[in-house]
Design a protein around this ligand. Sequence first.
Ligand code: TYD
Length: 132
Amino acid sequence: MELNWLPLKDHGDETCRLIAVEGSLDIPFAVERVYYFCRTDSAARRGGHAHKELQQVFVCLNGSCTMLLDDGKERQEVRLCDPCQGLYVGRGVWREVYDFSPDAVLLALTDRHYAEEDYIRDYDAFLKWVMA
Ligand code: TYD
C-alpha cells in the first residue's frame, strides 16, 4: 500500500528544531484531538485496530518506532523517526505500533474525538468490514 508522508517545515535554527502543524493546511483535516505515546517500554505494542471514520497523522517527535499498516489487501511496515515527516493514516487501515526506542515520543493528530464505536478491534472483523 502507498504511504502518505506529509513533509512538515522546520522553522528552527542550528540550536533547535521548530515544527508547526496547521490543521487543514499542513495536514488534510482540522485537528480535534491530540494524543501521544511516551516513556515506552521495549515491550510496548499499541494499536491492533482500525477505525471506520477516524483520520490520523502520526509524527515521531523523538526516537523511533515501527508502524504496521494493513488496508486488507497489502501490509507494510514503516519506521517513524523524523519529526519533520507526518504519516497520514486514513479510514479503514489496520495499524500496529511496536519496536519503540526508549526515548520514543509518538504524536497522533486526529480529526475526531475519541469514540469506541469507531474502532474495529478484531482483525477478522476488519477484513470482513473492508470486503463489504
Ligand atoms: P487505544 O486507542 O486502544 O490505544 P492504542 O491505540 O494504543 O491501542 O486506547 C487505549 C485506551 O485509552 C482505551 O481504553 C481508550 C483510551 N483512550 C482515550 O480515552 N482517549 C484517546 O484519545 C485514546 C487514543 C485512548
